[in-house]
Design a protein around this ligand. Structure first.
Ligand code: NAP
Length: 263
């Protein structure tokens, strides 16, 4: 299975926490379509985003693109972590997306539902052809191990956690674990909400390559094995900039200088 080295996030596209927003549907669809055209073929969404409207917009955006070149990730909210609810949620997400789900994640650990119950539902969804793979979001290594112990037929293939140059807690724990186990790590909030845009240090490095600070940061992530950043893709100009982080490489020296600078 191959996925793009940079993906697209959809939090805030089509609404917020369980609340749809229809005010910019065409703009959001255009941004996502542009991103796919430019090669960011992994799209991250969730049933919670806009109460399902983000999934509907993703479904609209991917229409007409070869399905097997896309990798669609969506998530079940922990209030739906019971076996029957996971099945129902996945089917509803798939319907809104208008296609099967490549990767289905438990969005956050549930404090009420035993993880094995949720994992059993994930295995059933693979057997039913609703999802291809499943994984976890916002889990630490212990949580991942606990979930893996429940599985008899399939394994977890991906973990999606917060990671950026300014938020590096997973570097000594979940990221090496994921790499050792041949899983995918999806790094959310990789741009820290745009915080790197005017960074003078990154501007200086970027000038050598004719790249912006954001493109330098995203390219830095590409150097980490098995890690795919998923910056939000809500605007065409941002999407074009983010896609410009692909197709070239920072030198080893610059990679290390950036690493040190943000430590
Ligand atoms: N699993 C989870 O629990 C979880 C949690 C949070 C996020 N996520 C996923 O990860 C994705 C990314 O995280 P995020 O949205 O929190 O943070 P982010 O992508 O790091 O930052 C989003 C912000 O950066 C801006 N932006 C995007 N591209 C830019 C560019 N080229 N230049 C300047 N600003 C740019 C966006 O602007 P606009 O708003 O103007 O587009 C938005 O304000 C989400 O969209 C979601 O899919 C998952």
């Amino acid at each position: 299975m191959r996925v793009s080295v940079i993906g697209m996030g959809t939090w805030g596209i089509g609404g917020g926490y369980w609340t749809p927003d229809y005010s910019n549907d065409n703009g959001w669809v255009e941004a996502l379509r542009k991103g796919v055209e430019l090669g960011m073929t992994l799209i991250d969404t969730a049933e919670m985003y806009g109460g399902g409207h983000a999934e509907e917009l993703v479904g609209r955006a991917i229409r007409g693109f070869p399905r097997d070149e896309l990798f669609i990730v969506t998530k079940v909210w922990p209030n739906h972590a019971r076996y029957d609810d996971v099945i129902r949620s996945a089917r509803a997400s798939s319907q809104r997306l208008g296609t099967y789900i490549d990767l289905y994640l438990l969005h956050w650990p549930s404090s009420e539902v035993p993880i094995c119950e949720t994992m059993r539902a994930m295995e059933r969804l693979v057997d039913d052809g609703v999802i291809r793979f499943f994984g976890l979001s916002n889990f630490d290594v212990n949580g991942i191990e606990e979930a893996r112990k429940c599985l008899s037929k399939y394994d977890i293939v991906a973990v999606e956690n917060r990671y950026s140059l300014l938020h590096r807690v997973d570097e000594s724990s979940v990221i090496p674990y994921v790499q050792r186990n041949g899983m995918l790590y999806l790094a959310y909030t990789p741009l820290e909400k745009g915080a790197f845009s005017n960074n003078e240090f990154l501007k200086r490095i970027g000038a050598k390559y004719g790249k912006t600070p954001i493109q330098v940061v995203l390219n830095w992530y590409i150097n980490i094995d098995n890690l795919v950043p998923i910056p939000k893709a809500g605007r065409v100009d941002h999407v074009i900039e983010n896609a410009g982080a692909m197709g070239w490489r920072l030198s080893r020296e610059d990679f290390e200088e950036i690493d040190k600078h943000f430590r």
